[in-house]
Ligand binder design. Structure first.
Ligand code: RRO
Length: 320
């Protein structure tokens, strides 16, 4: 039988397949290229970059929970100039995946300066605006929890770049649709969701938090149902905007769940720590899933979730 078509359109971006790696879990690419050919991927999102280098938060900053991981890295990164000099050359040499640079800052002007600085650099296919970092004193999530703050930031960055703009949404909000609508209305061409959920873990022997900054961002399988719910909500409310699903994807079946809820592509994050081969195994698993069901294209899955016509009894915040 003919191989299924795995290519996916994400607004202005054409991906060879929907498998992307999530920001902060994949370094800048070469770290994993030693383990497999990262040219097989549909997309790579870098660790968020800031204007100046950042050392990150004090240790301990990672703690494994029963079904996920808490982190408080604090936006550790090399800064934009070192990124261009030492990290971008590898990414530029890739032939398969779209290269998405994640941007973060403490103010609108910082995000704008970053977008301007990188706009002319070859080898970048788009930006992912991180408006959802849960571990930074200033900026980060501050923008992503308020529709007006989101709109102001996205509008300013959209005016500063010609590159496709993805906005990464925070789950730490009451109404994710309001934030999604604000981002799309201000010029985001694609939305990715979700970033980590703010959490806390305690050492009962020492009466101390497991993470130095007390709270951290929870990722992994524990958050998958929350992420799926949010993808579904946003897809129902804004069916025209392409979505990238993120949250605890370990297997091809998990990825299919996101596509059925409305994601055109998905990002693999925490799974990279458990099994560095996860993204390529998920890619193969997706191919097998489609072949076994005689589906000719991965696009057939997007938004295919069968839901009852009448959603009586479902809370309004979820039913939309
Ligand atoms: O660096 C971090 O602590 C971090 C970031 Br920027 C983010 O967006 N999400 C997260 O869980 N951790």
């Amino acid at each position: 039988m003919k191989q299924p078509d795995l290519s996916i359109r994400l607004g202005p971006l054409n991906l060879q397949n929907p498998v992307m790696t999530a920001s902060g879990t994949f370094g800048y690419g070469p770290e994993y290229h030693r383990l497999y050919d990262v040219n097989l991927l549909g997309g790579i999102v870098t660790k968020s970059i800031t204007l100046k280098p950042r050392p990150g938060n004090p240790a301990p900053r990672i703690y494994e929970t029963p079904s996920g991981m808490l982190n408080s890295i604090g936006l550790q990164n090399v800064g934009v100039e070192a990124f261009v000099k030492t990290k971008l050359p590898f990414l530029r040499g890739l032939r398969g995946p779209k290269v998405i640079v994640s941007l973060a800052g403490e103010s609108v002007s910082e995000y704008v300066a970053l977008a301007r600085r990188l706009d002319g650099e070859k080898g970048i296919d788009g930006f992912e605006l991180n408006i959802s970092c849960p571990n930074c004193e200033q900026g980060g999530m501050e923008f992503g929890v308020d529709p007006r703050g989101t709109a102001r930031l996205v509008k300013a960055v959209a005016a500063a770049t010609r590159r496709p703009l993805i906005v990464k949404l925070s789950p730490n909000v009451t109404d994710v649709v309001a934030i999604a609508r604000a981002a799309a209305g201000a010029g985001a061409q694609i939305l990715s969701l979700i970033n980590t959920l703010v959490g806390l873990a305690v050492d009962p022997a020492r009466w101390k938090p497991r993470i130095a900054t007390v709270t951290g961002g929870l990722s992994g399988p524990a958050i998958r149902p929350v992420a799926l719910r949010m993808v579904w909500q946003v897809h129902r409310a804004l069916p025209k905007i392409p979505l990238i699903g993120i949250g605890g994807i370990l297997t091809a079946a998990d990825a299919v769940e996101f596509m059925l809820c409305g994601a055109s592509a998905f990002q693999v994050g925490t799974a990279n720590y458990v099994n560095p081969q996860a993204p390529v195994e998920i890619l193969q698993g997706l191919r097998t899933y489609l072949t076994e069901r005689k589906l000719v294209s991965a696009k057939k899955l997007v938004g295919g979730l069968k839901v009852p016509r009448v959603l009586r009894g479902i809370p309004k915040v979820v039913a939309g």
